[in-house]
Ligand binder design. Structure first.
Ligand code: ATR
Length: 285
């Protein structure tokens, strides 16, 4: 049992619903590991109450919060200072309370994605072209992080083509790179010559339909990664492994995106270790 002092540092995650969130477990591990006088709590807040609840945090002495579904985009309009990471991705997942109670909005989802990928690939170079499936909020973070890592060619496919076009247009302004939008129907052909395949859609997640894609055109050397982590081994990752492609699973994105927030709120550097990974996975039930 953790006993807090009257000076305990406060942080948490705001979402709706928030009951499924693994973040309290994840941050709780680090708080315990470093014996920090602090707490990270789940904060269930409805969309109606979100802006008011966020603005109230500095008044209650919070060091900051994570923001999750469905508040990440609205948070962009509620914070006082938008950091470049949040501006480029168009959403906020980490809020830090700065001087005079100002709310600083950052986004660490892209950082989490790329750190997980690089660590899974043993820091070998990411070779394009990269095929990205999906054009939702997660795809935005993934693409920004790939471009920042120096990837110069992205093939973007989404069931709703217009969303992919919008995303490509929004992001191209920030980078000098090619994002080619390809029809969802020809996803199997789009894999030809690719160096990396990323699924950012919700397909393959527990309770959702599977991702239906024929991998035969994908080079055997290409890496495959999935941001879905429930189940950890998605049908896509299983199919890729069966044909010999190297894969990186998605739980590490969650673990790595949490680090910058923790370090800024609680002032202690933290690491993603196998022990942490197993502890968080055990919380998935
Ligand atoms: P997030 O912000 O987590 O990325 P999202 O914005 O709801 O979530 O995006 C979910 C992604 O999964 C989208 O790319 C979505 O495609 P659409 O833009 O066409 O909706 C994709 N997706 C969800 N269900 C799908 C399905 N049955 N077939 C193909 N793509 C699907």
């Amino acid at each position: 049992m953790t006993i807090l002092s009257g000076k305990a540092l406060l942080a948490g995650v705001i979402g709706h619903p928030v009951g499924h969130s693994l973040s309290p477990r994840l941050h709780g591990f680090w708080l315990n590991e470093h014996q920090i006088d602090g707490v990270y709590m789940p904060l269930a807040v409805t969309p109606d109450n979100f802006p008011e609840a966020l603005r109230a945090l500095p008044k209650m002495g919070f060091a900051g919060v994570n923001i999750t579904v469905p508040h990440k985009v609205v948070a962009l309009q509620t914070v006082d200072i938008i950091e470049p990471s949040a501006k480029k991705i168009g959403a906020v997942n980490t809020v830090i309370v700065g001087n005079e109670g100002r709310l600083i909005g950052a986004n660490t989802d892209g950082y989490g994605f790329i750190e997980n990928l690089k660590s899974g690939m043993n820091n070998s170079k990411i070779i394009g072209p990269v095929v990205v499936l999906g054009a939702g909020g997660a795809a935005r973070a993934v693409i920004v992080s790939l471009l920042e890592e120096g990837v110069s060619e992205i093939r973007l496919l989404n069931r709703t083509r217009g969303r992919a076009e919008q995303l490509a247009q929004d992001i191209s302004g920030h980078f000098n790179a090619s994002i080619q939008v390809i029809d969802w129907e020809i996803r199997a052909q789009s894999l030809e010559g690719a160096g990396l395949l990323v699924n950012t859609t919700t397909l393959g997640m527990v309770g959702k339909p599977q991702l239906d894609i024929d991998l035969s055109a994908l080079p055997k050397s290409a890496w495959v990664t999935d941001i879905v982590y429930a189940p950890l081994q998605t049908p896509l990752l299983k199919a890729a492994m069966q044909r010999g492609n190297p894969v990186v699973d998605g739980i590490g994105m969650l673990l790595h995106q949490a680090r910058p927030g923790f370090e800024r709120w609680f002032g202690k550097p933290v690491q993603v270790t196998t022990e942490l990974r197993n502890f968080v996975l055990a919380g998935m039930g």
